[in-house]
Write a protein that binds this ligand. Sequence first.
Ligand code: ADP
Ligand code: MG
Length: 277
Amino acid sequence: MKIYRESAEGSATKIIAAARKSADIGNFETGEEILERRKGVSKLTSGSKNLDNLLGGGFETQSITEFFGEFGSGKTQIMHQAAVNATMPAETGGFDCDVLIIDTENTFRPERIIQMSKAKGLDPEVVLKRIHVARAYNSHHQILLAERASELAKEFPIRLLIVDSLTSHFRSEYMGRGALSERQQLLNRHMHELLKFSTIYNAVIAVTNQVSARPDVFFGDPTAPIGGNIVGHTATFRIYLRKSKGGKRIARLIDSPYLPEGETVIQVSEDGITDGV
Ligand code: ADP
Ligand code: MG
């Protein structure tokens, strides 16, 4: 393979083109090609050094990072912060890119983006212009929006795609054991569409997931994330969030292919996601 010889920008463009080509045709890649593509992986800061360290440097491109936890555990706050951070230049841990948010619960708040931008010394208007939000009204619509993400990515440099929440529509539309296999099949297709986007555009995919409040239906564990094995096996990084005192949250890394399991503390405040004091 000679096309990846140069470094930095030129090389990244070629990696993207090659990934796009192979994804379109469904081609095989050699181990060498995958290794070269993996060299293009970059990391987006979460806003918290603690959380970045837990993730091995931040949110990784070419993979899916999933946050799960109960209501109010900070999942949506982390997504807002990631969106703001992605617009920052590389020197400060960003991608200088645009962001796509698929919002399924109507919890995107531009006011929060403004607060977090100001805390970072960024111009909130500039940041807001780079965040593209699509409301998904049901699971079918959500799948469709993810499939169309690449159209937006041709117009804007999207390198962060957020789905908040990944599972809420699926959960409410496919109730009970009878609907489980259809739900899992659709979720599987959706997750692989997202993963494909992450590879083609060298993008971070960040998704949120609830914990099951119905242990009778969902795998018996009241703190188990929705979506079971399908979501678990496709997400590369899974972080379990739980509340602690004074705006603090405990983040636990679960099931990473190459990072040790571990826990850390982050702070949710008006300024956004930080290490706190
Ligand atoms: P979920 O995990 O359900 O998505 P959220 O990310 O929406 O939860 O977290 C909501 C919590 O975030 C609130 O309970 C509050 O603790 C914190 N929060 C939200 N907005 C602010 C703010 N402006 N200042 C401080 N804390 C905030
Ligand atoms: Mg939320």
